[in-house]
Design a binder for this molecule. Structure first.
Ligand code: LIP
Length: 270
């Protein structure tokens, strides 16, 4: 059964705002870490913000499933389970762009996606320093701060800005900048800004034309894929890997096939 969508969106917005505002109010604690690895950092504020978002969701929907980036059980699963098409699941990235946040850069956000089965049905992405709240449901337009947004009409890859990341493939088979290098030869400008959810929101509002990461996670993109689609764009999961890891491509639709072709070539698949 399809759940009533507006209460889900309202709750996603409330959770994203409360968690994001907590991170903002505690910016002076941004370097307090639970662990630091060569290319990543796990912050105390990540865990606090996730607990805050979960609290908001559980208050309204105590029976719904929650998948959070900072949950100690998350990411250890060898296989990502398939969900019943009626199951409602909340997918939380409490601070996407953690490294940006830890260094005091303004580009970070809290992302809350609501999935029914495998399908995103509502999402909210809140970037407190930028003062932006992106929202969408599967029944309504994508919005930024309550105003409808739309993807660009850029027609070719060579006229496009495409955002990507530094993708460390688990098996080491592809160099971390393989896709970036291929894009640099093809698009007007590639960009690495370190926040998947916001990269995709830029595609949704037409500031960028495409986004590709080949080592990203469900919590980074759950809300953003819906926002791109409802803004008139196209998203595609090129590959599912264990532990909620994905290869995700998003675009304004016009450049989709061309972008996918460049990516697959860079990965050695074409
Ligand atoms: C980050 C992403 C970023 C990606 C990083 C990382 P986190 O998420 O948003 O775009 O390149 O590898 O996954 O860890 O800051 O939530």
């Amino acid at each position: 059964m399809t759940p009533d969508i507006n209460p889900l969106l309202d709750c996603a917005v409330a959770a994203a705002r409360k968690a994001g505002d907590h991170a903002l109010a505690n910016r002076d604690r941004r370097r307090e870490a639970n662990s630091v690895s060569p290319h990543d950092i796990k912050l105390k504020l990540d865990v606090e913000c996730q607990a805050i978002a979960e609290g908001v969701i559980r208050n309204t929907f105590p029976d719904h499933a929650i998948l959070g980036e900072e949950d100690p059980r998350t990411g250890t699963a060898a296989e990502t389970p398939k969900f019943d098409p009626d199951t409602v699941r909340w997918v939380i990235d409490p601070i996407d762009g953690t490294v940006n946040f830890a260094h005091g850069l303004p580009r970070w956000c809290c992302s809350i996606g609501v999935l029914q089965g495998e399908r995103p049905v509502a999402g909210a992405i809140y970037a407190p320093v930028l003062g932006k709240l992106y929202t969408a449901t599967h029944e309504s337009d994508a919005m930024c701060n309550g105003e409808p947004i739309h993807v660009s009409d850029t027609a070719t890859l060579k006229q496009s800005i495409v955002m990507t990341g530094v993708d460390r493939h688990r098996d080491g088979s592809v160099p971390p900048l393989a896709v970036f290098t291929a894009l640099a030869d093809t698009v007007q400008r590639p960009r690495i800004m370190g926040v998947a959810a916001l990269d995709m929101c830029y595609v949704a509002e037409g500031g960028g034309d495409g986004y590709i990461e080949t080592g990203i996670f469900l919590w980074d993109i759950a809300a953003a894929t819906l926002i791109v689609e409802q803004a008139g764009g196209k998203t595609e999961i090129l590959k599912h890997e264990p532990g909620h890891r994905l290869q995700c491509l998003a675009s304004n639709g016009h450049i989709h096939a061309e972008l996918k072709d460049v990516v697959l070539r860079a990965l050695g698949h074409a």
